[in-house]
Design a protein around this ligand. Structure first.
Ligand code: PMP
Length: 305
């Protein structure tokens, strides 16, 4: 990953990809105090367009605020920088990774007198799962790892260190032959995937866990808007894992995963065992929106050129 052509935005400047380096004593590398975003740009008739850029940047600033890290730039600068990175790397579509981290000016948990740095990289990253998963759905299993408790870490922050939990869970699921993990909260109710929010459909209604310990996903917000548009009743509430077993449909949402059907949880087939009709409808609306085919959601797109 580090050895390739291209440019990365680092602290206000475009740096050749191979030279965008930090010292081994970089504070965030040691303790995980940092925050990041995962953003996508899609190819549209008007050129590469970043999906819900302002919402992602706002969440990045919220994360930094929660972690008490003082942002050295304003939102507009980082929005412009993300567009610049797409343009300067000649990308038609991309995954964009902004990250805010503490420098190598000092060590220790006091973390005082440290500089806050910002980097933005972008590269082509077509599909998070095998392309056929969009139709056939994925197989997941309930994790032995619990999703963070709201007072153990800050769940509303997309914080670097939070992802140890996600990686342990995903690694466990994959080593057991599954595609993804489902994390329950500390009371045993469904929380989310390792990098996705979860929805189920039952009797024509859409259900999704409350945001208590889940990340406030931007794809999730988009699905909730689509449901309102389609007059599909939505219930944000506590969900148990066995409700997923007997759901008509289930799917994950996330910037990387997009809208991904779930066909099996803990070896129980969900619904008909492939993508359900409501999931398909949301998937269609989502791809139409991100690829600029929905006038109604045009304001979600920021053309990078
Ligand atoms: N939950 C977690 C833990 C995540 O990492 C992500 C990905 N950012 C999501 C949910 C989905 O969020 P979004 O739709 O904003 O990508």
């Amino acid at each position: 990953m580090a050895d390739r052509d291209g440019l990365i935005w680092l602290d206000g400047e475009l740096v050749p990809w191979r030279d965008a380096k930090v010292h081994v004593l970089t504070h965030t590398l040691h303790y995980g105090m940092g925050c990041f975003e995962g953003v996508r740009a899609y190819s549209t008739d008007e050129g590469p367009a970043i999906f819900r850029l302002q919402d992602h940047t706002q969440r990045l600033f919220n994360s930094a605020h929660i972690l008490n890290m003082k942002m050295p730039y304003d939102q507009e600068t980082l929005n412009d920088a993300q567009r610049l990175v797409i343009r300067e790397n000649g990308l038609a579509s991309a995954y964009i990774r902004p990250m805010v981290f503490l420098g190598s000016e000092g060590m220790g948990l006091r973390a005082d007198n440290l500089q806050v740095h910002v980097m933005i990289a972008a590269w082509e990253w077509p599909s998070y799962m095998a392309p056929e998963a969009r139709e056939q759905g994925i197989r997941i299993r309930t994790s032995s790892y619990t999703r963070h408790h709201v007072n153990i870490t800050m769940c509303k922050a997309k914080a670097n260190g939070n992802y140890i939990n996600s990686m342990l869970a995903l690694n466990e699921a994959m080593s057991c032959g599954y595609d993804e993990a489902l994390l329950l909260d500390n009371e045993g109710y469904v929380a989310e995937g390792t990098g996705e929010n979860l929805f189920i459909v039952r009797n024509g209604e859409l259900h999704t866990p409350e945001l208590t310990s889940c990340l406030d996903g931007i794809t999730r917000r988009s699905i909730l808007e689509f449901a309102r548009e389609l007059d599909i009743p939505v219930r944000e509430r506590r969900i148990t894992r066995d409700e997923i077993y007997i759901a008509d449909e289930a799917f994950f949402t996330g910037t990387a995963a997009e809208v991904l059907p779930i066909r099996e949880l803990d070896n129980r087939t969900i619904g008909k065992g492939s993508r359900g009709p409501i999931t398909e409808q949301f998937q269609q609306m989502y791809f139409d929106a991100v690829e600029g085919r929905r006038e109604r959601n045009r304001d979600w797109l920021t053309v990078a050129t």
